[in-house]
Ligand binder design. Structure first.
Ligand code: AMP
Ligand code: MG
Length: 480
């Protein structure tokens, strides 16, 4: 089949792209293919499984395609790194999907590029399947995210603490423009390049900004709104990104770069899983303020486009940044209203009840996800499953009485509260088996988290939190 891959990024922004080729794979073997997503992209799954597998590895790209490593900078844990870029990834090009949307086709683990620094440019099967399962679970939960198209084992060993099987992830995103992309462009001092990048971002993601009185400020406002919305959704599902560096924050508002991410189990704002986040900078409860900090770094990059006068530009940026909290609060409260089955109750009442419930979850050490699902049973008349979890029952009963008096909608709650999330112990179990050659647990987990809201008999173990001891010592890793 013939694939039309465009080279919009490379031709609009050649200064930010290094044309490059993927390394060939000695013994490619398809581990998982997202047939639904392939269909959306107009790619024939049977072709991808056979003669088209080279596309998923970057070894066989269509005529005219211009694969490239993208340049970006970024604040990593607060410190600015002027040159990061795709060290082990390539943008193959853009596809127009069945709905006419432009989507990046991108590879991760495709070999060293000029941005690789000390890295080997490779990725192991486990971490690539990890991105696959968690990003697809996020999509099924309704959270904007890059998508996973396929993971192909390369047959090449990758050396980490041990020797591991290598793999390439093919992922799809509405773009790979990051805050760090703007920081890189700004740091060159080339104002024309920064303007071209901003115009490219407006055209791709926030076209209405082009008609605004001040297009670049409108772009900034749109990104603030998109990021506030995104992080509120993370908080609502208990997702911890783990490495919210500015190079991992998209302009589109999609979640990107699933490295040390994980889902919180027992509710605790201080939850951190990442082995490298020793100060808890990217703890669950810090995510909204980190997003705002990252947006302030975005503003710094955009200042020359806001106004010739730096003082005035800073004032404009500050005014825009003030809107973040309102966007965040509105999305979070609306999401909590659904989770509590109270769509028509005033936001301050919902916020108050939600805050009290979260305090009680924390004090009683209760699992965040399953609490809300059990609570729906209480809305239907059976409060025992949820009551049975609490140590401090008197306080909870008082809450329960006030909440029930508002006549919560149990069906709405079931549509808002997942039964199945990619729980850490299940993800680890699936990846360990897959690394050893058994994909069955991975496929079973994918089937569970692919339809997170629909409770099914036989999947009980996918709904349970892990053992407390497992969760307490669980650590995730970055750039693995
Ligand atoms: P990440 O933590 O995955 O967002 O990556 C941060 C930076 O490190 C990016 O510039 C990556 O391209 C780069 N990187 C991570 N792992 C590798 C690797 N194995 N080889 C080369 N570059 C890497
Ligand atoms: Mg990254």
């Amino acid at each position: 089949m013939s694939i039309a891959l465009q080279d919009r990024f490379v031709s609009d922004l050649p200064e930010l792209a290094v044309r490059w080729q993927a390394e060939s794979a000695p013994e490619p073997r398809l581990l998982v293919l997202n047939t639904v997503l392939a269909g959306e992209l107009g790619l024939d799954p049977d072709w991808l499984r056979g003669p088209g597998m080279g596309l998923l590895l970057g070894s066989d790209v269509p005529e005219g395609a211009a694969p490239a490593a993208q340049a970006y900078a970024g604040h990593q844990f607060g410190g600015f790194v002027p040159r990061l870029g795709d060290g082990r990834a390539l943008l193959l090009g853009e596809l127009t999907d069945r709905e006419g949307r432009t989507r990046d086709l991108h590879l991760k683990g495709s070999g060293r590029t000029p941005f690789a620094r000390g890295g080997d440019g490779l990725a192991a099967v486990g971490p690539m399947l990890r991105e696959y399962v968690i990003s697809e679970a996020m999509h099924a939960l309704g959270v904007p995210t890059t998508r996973a198209l396929a993971v192909v084992a390369t047959g090449r060993p990758v050396y980490r603490e041990t020797q591991l099987p290598g793999a390439v992830l093919a992922r799809v995103a509405s773009s790979h423009l990051r805050v760090g992309t703007f920081q890189y462009a700004a740091s060159t001092g080339d104002r024309a390049l920064l303007t071209r990048l901003a115009d490219h971002a407006i055209a791709r993601h926030h076209p209405s900004a082009a008609d605004a009185e001040h297009p670049y400020l409108a772009l900034f406002d749109a990104v603030i709104a998109a990021q506030a919305d995104l992080v509120a959704r993370w908080m609502l599902v208990g997702f911890i990104h783990g490495v919210m560096n500015t190079d991992n924050m998209t302009i589109s508002g999609e979640t990107i770069d699933y490295g040390p991410c994980a889902f919180m189990e027992a509710y605790d704002p201080e939850t951190v899983y990442s082995s490298i986040d020793s100060w808890g900078r990217y703890a669950y409860g810090n995510q909204p303020s980190v997003a705002l900090w990252n947006l302030a770094r975005f503003a710094e990059a955009l200042l020359p486009l806001f106004d010739e006068d730096t003082e005035r530009a800073i004032k404009l940026a500050e005014t825009s940044l003030h809107a973040f909290q309102g966007h965040y609060d509105r999305r979070w409260t609306a999401g909590m209203a659904d989770k509590l089955g109270l769509p028509d109750v005033p936001g301050d009442v919902v916020g108050g009840l939600a805050g009290e419930a979260l305090t009680q979850l924390q004090q009683n050490g209760l699992d965040y996800t399953s609490f809300f699902r059990r609570l729906a049973e209480a809305a239907r008349g059976d409060a025992e499953p949820v009551r049975g979890e609490f140590i401090d029952l008197a306080t909870f009963d008082d809450w329960l009485t006030r909440w029930r008096a508002l006549q919560p909608d149990a069906d709405l709650m079931d549509r808002a509260n997942p039964v199945y999330i990619p729980r850490n112990h299940l993800v680890e179990e699936a990846l360990t088996a897959a690394t050893a050659g058994d994909l069955a647990p991975f496929e079973a987990l994918m089937a569970a988290v692919g339809s997170p809201f629909e409770e099914r008999a036989g999947l009980e173990r996918y709904a349970e939190p892990g053992q407390k001891e497992f969760t307490a010592s669980f650590r995730t890793f970055c750039g693995t």
